[in-house]
Design a protein. Sequence first.
Length: 338
Amino acid sequence: MKVLGIESSCDETGVALYDTERGLLGHAVHTQVAMHEAYGGVVPELASRDHVRRLIPLLERVLADSNCARGEIDAIAYTAGPGLAGALLVGASFAEALAMALGVPAVPVHHLEGHLLSPLLADEVPQFPFIALLVSGGHTQLMRVARVGDYELLGESLDDAAGEAFDKTAKLLGLGYPGGPALAKLAETGKPGRYKLPRPMMNSGDLSFSFSGLKTAVLTAARAAELTEADRADLAAEFQEAVTEVLAAKAVAACRQRRLSSLVVAGGVGANRRLRQRLDAAMAKIGGRVFYPELELCTDNGAMIAFCGAQRLMQGELPALGKGAFAVRPRWPLAEIS
């Protein structure tokens, strides 16, 4: 079964084709970073318009790379939420219309479930059940994953997610957009420890997160004196140490509590090199292992949506054909799906 995946929840347009027998046949992503850079963040209306321009060229590219004709597509999966309402509507309407034209089912997919399952596209995959750490731009969550569709929320951020904290801190330090990668790059040249930043909720006794206070601590340190380039690098390094230390500690605590040795990490922040170092070392100490998606699949992409849709279809979830009605959910807690 060949499943086409469409992702348009924010500022990346992703299209991919997944075959349940042969694996990922092809995928392509267009990022809008250059377009939004001038504004210091994502402009929803511009994002939606750009998705309209990119979807058909990306579809043709993926089909050509996969040596597949449109008529060979068996189903179309698309991101139905959460995300920007206008951006979601572009991908959903495109997918539903194409599915109707081809006479195949259209499968709405939860964006975070796509991230959650993306490590299963790698060569080495974890066995169920496992603990998942979701660290994307707007979400920081720990989940127990029993199987596809069976997710238990163990803890989440009470305010800013880790990705948001990275972006906001980068802006405080005068870095460009997107802030997370820019801050991580600057941190590589700095020395942690010179500035003393808190490790929020490290000893809270639960699996919740809070990063807004850490961002405020950076602001306080930055306002104390005019920062040199070396100061900014040291502050960035200490901030990164604080965030990754908390994420690693909570993830390991979740594994200990549930007596599981496999940890899956997904989402854009999962590409952070220092976070991976910390998680690998921490899990090794308890005899566990960390599983990551390929680096190119950490950010938003159509491959994870195609794969997630295929898993749903293989479980017997077959949407009705030809109704012509659909909806998107800009706010959609992962705990609501089953």
